[in-house]
Write a protein that binds this ligand. Structure first.
Ligand code: NAP
Ligand code: ZN
Ligand code: ZN
Length: 347
């Protein structure tokens, strides 16, 4: 077994604290990654605090992992020692269902194995995530990371990046489309960068007036304060797409009104409690309410390569591991610009 140092949540109500554990020995197809940076996703907080009612404690969160390969199993063909590598939200899946065969492992019929807070395919061994100094992963679920970009700023691409890239690609968002991005946090700021890069006209829809300057800097063409009734009224039926990244419960009907005929609102945010939909929010204009979960391995690699080619990275605040509890509290107050990333050298 491989000795690992990490940080874990031991219950829904206690702070994360240090946790020593072991990883499996390298199998023939596994790589060992020394983790250099790990992004802090709002899903880490939802999971650590059992907001989705799915916790298996202890939980070592973290699914925006970048690092360096330090060992490879004897049948590994795609990576070698010294390569940079990334790991996202899942580390395995059934590999045989139609979704897995199509490269949509995140929608695996039997459920992809999450990077943390999940049981491996053996049904017994718990997965532990990236708030730790190393991880063992099958090479098929490991991504190549370019050495051209700042590694700490690449880490958030492994979740926030692909989660926003994937729906924009799926719905072929680009020139001529008006896109609203709802919520300027980790996902929201990447959604703005990608939508602008794909040629869309982007409006930042935010509940925080002080984020206007940043929205401009990120490339958004317009900014709208969602608490301003007049502004919202003027935006009725203005968008082809809304990318909804809000983490807290909110009224979807309010934002569906902003869609044109045949417009689509894609839910990315996963609030802990359900929200009611009025039928008329949808049927009056043949609108669609959709959802999207991260992205498959092939698309994640495509996204990382796109970012390397177009110099797209996350805007981050680098923190030491022992500031994680403070970072969670700040994330809850929407006080993050725009992703916390843990420097694993501080573990
Ligand atoms: P984040 O950095 O905390 O950003 C969330 C943003 O939502 C905030 O910055 C804020 O933006 C807005 N917001 C928060 N509370 C709000 C409220 N009460 N009313 C209105 N707006 C509010 O979180 P994140 O990491 O981007 O994650 C966002 C959500 O996506 C989480 O629920 C997470 O679990 C989920 N997620 C889903 C996937 C997927 O595959 N679908 C992947 C990753 C994460 P403003 O200040 O601009 O209003
Ligand atoms: Zn995430
Ligand atoms: Zn499958």
């Amino acid at each position: 077994m491989i000795q690992t140092k990490g940080y874990a949540a031991f219950s829904a109500t206690t702070d994360l604290s240090s946790f020593d554990f072991t990883r499996r020995d390298l199998g023939a197809h596994d790589v060992l990654i020394e983790i250099l940076y790990c992004g802090v996703c709002h899903s880490d907080l939802h999971a650590a605090r059992n907001e989705w009612n799915s916790a298996i404690y202890p939980i070592v969160p973290g699914h925006e992992i970048v690092g360096k390969i330090t060992a490879v199993g004897n049948l590994v063909t795609n990576f070698k020692v010294g390569d940079l590598a990334g790991v996202g939200c899942f580390v395995d899946s059934c590999r045989t269902c139609p979704n897995c065969q199509e490269g949509l492992e995140q929608y695996c019929d039997t459920g992809a194995i999450s990077t943390y807070n999940s049981l491996r395919l053996d049904g017994k061994t718990q997965t532990f995530g990236g708030y730790s100094n190393n991880i063992v992963v099958d090479e098929k679920y490991t991504l190549h990371v370019s050495d051209k970009l700042d590694l700490a700023r690449v880490a958030p691409l492994l979740c926030a990046g692909v989660t926003t890239y994937s729906p924009l690609r799926h719905w072929k968002v680009g020139k001529g489309h008006k896109v609203g991005v709802l919520g300027l946090g980790g996902l929201g700021h990447m959604a703005v960068k990608f939508a602008v890069s794909f040629g869309a006209e982007v409006t930042m829809l935010s509940s925080s007036a002080n984020k206007k300057v940043d929205a401009d800097m990120l490339g958004a063409h317009h900014f709208a304060l969602t608490s301003d009734a007049e502004t919202m009224k003027n935006l009725t039926m203005k968008f082809d797409f809304i990318i909804n990244t809000v983490s807290a419960p909110h009224d979807y009907n309010t934002y569906l009104q902003l869609l044109k005929s045949d417009g689509v609102m894609v839910l990315l945010g996963a609030p802990p409690t359900p929200s009611q939909i009025h039928a008329f929010s949808l049927l009056g204009k043949r609108r669609t309410l959709a959802g999207s979960l991260i992205g498959g391995i092939k698309e994640t690699q495509e996204m990382l390569d796109y970012c390397a080619a177009h110099n797209i990275m996350s805007d981050i605040e680098l923190i030491p591991m022992d500031k994680i509890n403070e970072a969670y509290e700040r994330m809850l107050k929407s006080d993050v610009k725009y992703r916390f990333v843990v420097d694993m050298a501080t573990l």
